[in-house]
Design a protein around this ligand. Structure first.
Ligand SMILES: Cc1cc2nc3c(=O)[nH]c(=O)nc-3n(C[C@H](O)[C@H](O)[C@H](O)COP(=O)(O)O)c2cc1C
Length: 449
């Protein structure tokens, strides 16, 4: 054996250490900004880890509660939206709706597929910035028409063709900001509907042109009711920023339904910095909105729809348990249609990204034919097959939500309650106002805001 004891050794080296502050993504973004001088735009919602529904758990039945039998005992999932003033409330078979996503950001085929999938499951879909297309009206049994700050595509005939109206004040991905639609996606059809020039970048307004606060909103809502003969439910959608006060003000303004969209909520396109740094997580918003409704004696009289990062039946059940009447989905619905599908892996790679991470929806080059206006790409999306996939996905969300509700002994998903929940982290416990698991401790304000 060789004796190495006298061989000089290299001094030990420390391993290269990446900075948690200046991580790989951050460094690449600094380099990109330095090279181009322009900020980054993308679609989707906040990508960083945030307190979310995953931080809550259901307790399920135990000695003091008995569960319901899956195959024999009914667990209802129906929901009625707009019971306050509207002559014709919206009746849904499931508590999951399709959120407003604009024609322009999405292809006509994608809009049609959303309508087909939602209708097959007895739920509603929603228009978006840019107006109502015949494809989506024709294939949506219940269509909510958005009334947005931009007024793109707005006309009174379409208000009357809709089944409900959603006045958009803000979105969770960008509270205080407007949308963006870059020239690449402004085809003749999109331009005509928005009365804009073809091929020129467009920024939607961040606030309504003719009102500055809740008093004006009240007048606007009354105007919309007059135009539609008091038939249609009027929703008010806000991005989660100050949900307690925004919900209270929406109720005071005469809303039938309040939609609260948290910061995980998707957008078609806006500044990355906006998506990641403005607004509050969905989890933090739900209980505040519910509390406002309870304080006004309006919980379950004015319905609450929650959106922003809903992915599975547990998320749906948790939102309902915290007091929402229904949820809305955007991103997950697009994934169900075929967005970011590994089938197009090579094409995503050619775009400098990968399936699962593709978010340059504003560029209009989506290989899956969803966030594009390119006729060749759009033709790849078969609206019938994509609609079927969405319907399947909605069915699974509903079954999962029912499974949890039954395990908690509830004969209607609306009977889920905060008492069925505990939190895994102190943050989630404080935000959702439920106890930390294994304790009876609710950190924070103990139920008051
Ligand atoms: C492609 C896309 C387009 C959107 N367009 C609109 C819009 O026109 N109006 C609007 O109020 N919200 C719009 N949103 C936001 C959705 O209505 C909804 O608030 C959000 O997607 C919910 O979060 P989720 O995507 O995590 O489900 C859009 C979202 C996406 C993904």
């Amino acid at each position: 054996m060789t004796d190495h004891s006298n061989t000089p050794r290299k001094p030990p080296q420390t391993a290269p250490r990446a900075s948690a502050t200046f991580d790989e993504y951050t460094l690449s973004e600094i380099r990109r900004a330095a090279a181009t001088g322009i900020y980054d735009i993308r679609g989707g919602g906040a990508k960083r880890k945030l307190p979310h529904f995953d931080d809550l758990l259901f307790l399920g039945a135990s000695m003091s509660r008995y569960p319901l039998e899956g195959y024999r005992e009914r667990c209802d999932t129906s929901v009625v939206l707009g019971t306050r003033f509207a002559k014709k409330p919206i009746e849904l078979k499931i508590p999951i709706t399709i959120a407003g996503m604009s024609f322009g950001s999405l292809s006509a085929n994608a809009k049609e597929a959303l309508g087909r999938g939602a209708s097959a499951m007895g739920t509603s879909t929603t228009t978006g910035d840019g107006g109502m297309t015949n494809e989506e009206r024709g294939h949506s049994t219940q269509l909510v028409y958005q009334y947005l700050p931009s007024r793109y595509g707005m006309n009174p005939d379409d208000l009357r063709r809709a089944d409900a109206i959603e006045v958009v004040v803000g979105q969770g991905a960008k509270p205080g900001g407007g949308g963006m639609l870059l020239g690449q996606k402004i085809t003749e059809r999109v331009a005509k509907m928005r009365t804009l020039p073809v091929g020129i970048d467009q920024r939607s307004a961040c606030r309504h042109p003719d009102w500055t606060g809740p008093d004006d909103l009240e007048i606007k809502i009354e105007e919309l009711r007059e135009i539609t003969d008091w038939e249609k439910p009027i929703y008010v959608k806000v991005g989660a920023a100050r949900p307690y006060y925004d919900t209270a003000l929406a109720v005071k303004s005469g809303a039938d339904v309040v939609v609260v969209d948290g910061m995980q909520g998707g957008t078609a396109a806006t500044q990355e910095i906006f998506i990641e740094h403005v607004g509050i997580p969905t989890l933090a918003a739900v209980r505040q909105a519910v509390k406002a409704l309870q304080d006004l004696g309006m919980h379950r009289k004015v319905q609450l729809i929650v959106s922003g990062g809903i992915r599975n039946g547990a998320d749906v059940a948790k939102a309902l348990a915290l007091g929402a009447d229904a949820v809305a989905i955007g991103t997950a619905a697009l994934v169900a249609l075929g967005d970011n599908d590994p089938h197009y892996a090579a094409e995503y790679e050619a775009l400098g990204t990968r399936a699962g991470a593709y978010d340059d929806w504003h560029e209009g080059r989506d290989p899956a034919g969803i966030t594009t206006q390119d006729p060749a790409l759009m033709a790849r999306l078969d609206p019938v097959a994509a609609g079927r996939r969405l319907a399947n996905y909605l069915a699974v969300l509903t079954l999962e939500c029912q499974t949890i509700a039954r395990a908690c002994g509830k004969s209607h998903v609306h009977n889920l309650e905060p008492e069925d929940l505990v939190a895994l982290t102190i943050e989630a416990a404080a935000m959702a106002n439920v106890p930390l698991a294994g304790t009876n401790w609710i950190p924070g304000s103990n139920g008051t805001f």
